[in-house]
Design a protein around this ligand. Structure first.
Ligand SMILES: Nc1ncnc2c1ncn2[C@@H]1O[C@H](COP(=O)(O)OP(=O)(O)OP(=O)(O)O)[C@@H](O)[C@H]1O
Ligand SMILES: [Mg+2]
Length: 457
């Protein structure tokens, strides 16, 4: 232990402890520093949920073991010091005691979902992602894969993660952050860190709930490991940022509907819908040659699904449930714009619910920027198909052009709107129908926005 155990006139520094024995020595020094007797310390903890008895305090101070979380909090506070640096030091020592996986010959962690998605197309995108993971060059070893709802980000990330797994001898971790799970709130950063620690085999200390302690524990546990971590379906920068650090030897892949462009130094890749050829090939692969012999109707079905893998998957599932239906039976139903979203729903998969995850995140964020974006989004349903500029958007939404532009940029950022054409925006058809549907049935949240103070530029 560092010779300088006590700050001048202050309590001892728990950061100086390198072992459990050091830590307990410092706890004894804390008692000396406080000038209190065991009896006084005992009486000072009486009002707490779990008071400490004199005998427990004496026994704990006589052992070379890291004390329990609740003991530490009560004891340090009763001695008149701030418990938080002690809890941090305790977490650090507890993780060190759990040991480095490799040093103790622990079997590598393999937590990628067993199923390796079969991808149609995406060869170039898979090669680029693989390259970004294995050879990040001057950037950080973090890759962000973003794109619109249901374009196939998770499938691509998992496919590539399986392919590069042999490069990571300490294993692979996977965590769904639930930023795109209908009916589920995204994980908090503390929940995410706890889940990763759990996957790493670190016995969770139920009493540690503070996010920053868990994040520190996670970083300590991962130090030096050559591990690939897939953080799937991140909701926002705020959710994912505390989980991202710069691993010296590992790699992190994040998928998100949001572009997460403020994740510094990360390699950013974006994904769009499938090409017409691959969208048709995906339907052919799912439905088989006998149902897809009439190429015109399969092509129409692919286009009515915006060549969006999620919509294609649902359409194929619906046809698989109805073996007697020709493909045209579904394309005719999908041709009716008012019923298209109703048709794109099957057991366990619903396009409308999936799209609603994006708007729900905007309405839950509480930021005025996001409220404005949501209000703008709802207005865009009135636009006709095809590219439009900010003036057309402002007219449809009924807001000044500068505000509309700000909102449109946010919608591009969360990939509800395609902003890849300079000076123009494109709203994918299924998303436009969703916006129109939302505007026709205004939610309470939208009414609330209209009652707000006007947002100024
Ligand atoms: N290239 C592909 N070939 C075949 N199936 C695909 C392809 N891409 C995606 N899929 C399938 O389409 C569906 C949607 O894909 P996925 O969940 O990866 O989209 P996502 O972009 O991650 O969606 P979200 O925005 O909800 O996170 C899944 O069933 C997936 O297996
Ligand atoms: Mg996903």
């Amino acid at each position: 232990m560092n010779a300088k155990n006590e700050t001048h006139n202050g309590p001892p520094c728990p950061e100086n402890a390198n072992t459990a024995a050091d830590f307990v020595v410092l706890l004894r020094q804390l008692k000396e520093w406080s000038g209190l007797t065991l009896r006084t310390i005992e009486s000072r903890t009486r009002g707490l949920d779990r008071p400490l008895s004199r005998s427990t305090i004496a026994a704990t101070l006589a052992r070379d073991k890291i004390p329990r979380h609740h003991f530490l909090a009560a004891y340090v506070q009763a001695c008149g010091a701030d418990p938080s640096p002690w809890q941090h030091a305790r977490a650090r020592l507890a993780v060190a005691a759990a040991g480095d996986g490799r040093a103790h010959g622990v079997v590598p962690v393999q937590r990628l979902p067993a199923h390796r998605p079969h991808l149609v197309g995406r060869q170039t995108e898979a090669d680029e992602l693989r390259q970004a993971i294995l050879d990040p060059g001057a950037g950080t070893p973090i890759t962000v894969l973003s794109g619109g709802p249901g374009v196939g980000k998770s499938a691509l990330a998992l496919h590539v993660a399986h392919a590069v797994a042999p490069h990571f001898p300490d294993g692979q971790l996977y965590l769904n952050l639930h930023g795109a799970s209908p009916g589920r709130a995204p994980l908090t950063t503390a929940q995410a860190a706890a889940a990763l620690l759990d996957a790493l085999g670190v016995v969770p200390d139920r009493e540690i709930r503070e996010a920053d302690v868990l994040h520190a524990q996670l970083r300590t546990r991962l130090r030096g490991l050559r591990m690939l971590i897939v953080l799937d379906n991140a909701a926002s920068v705020a959710q994912v940022l505390p989980l991202l650090w710069t691993p010296e030897s590992g790699r992190v892949v994040v998928t998100s509907r949001s572009s997460l462009t403020t994740v510094d130094g990360a390699c950013h890749r974006s994904l769009g819908p499938l090409s017409a050829r691959h969208a048709v090939a995906m339907l052919e692969g799912l439905l088989g040659p006998s149902r897809t012999a009439v190429t015109r109707s399969v092509h129409d079905l692919a286009e009515l699904c915006d060549r969006l893998p999620l919509a294609l998957r649902i359409a194929a599932a619906r046809l698989m449930c109805r073996p007697a239906w020709p493909v045209t039976a579904l394309t005719e139903r999908l041709a009716n714009e008012d019923r298209r979203l109703d048709q794109l729903s099957t057991a366990g998969l619903c396009l409308r619910a999936s799209l609603a995850c994006s708007t729900d995140l905007l309405s839950a964020s509480g930021a005025s920027e996001d409220r404005l974006a949501l209000r703008t989004f709802d207005g865009l349903g009135a636009l006709r198909t095809g590219p439009f500029d900010v003036v057309a958007a402002a007219r449809a939404v009924g807001l000044p052009a500068d505000l509309t532009e700000r909102a449109m940029e946010r919608l591009v950022e969360v990939n509800l709107v395609d902003g890849s054409l300079p000076g123009h925006y494109v709203l994918p058809e299924l998303i436009r129908l969703f916006a129109a549907e939302r505007a026709a049935v205004p939610r309470r949240a939208i009414v609330a926005v209209e009652r707000e103070e006007p947002v100024t530029a």
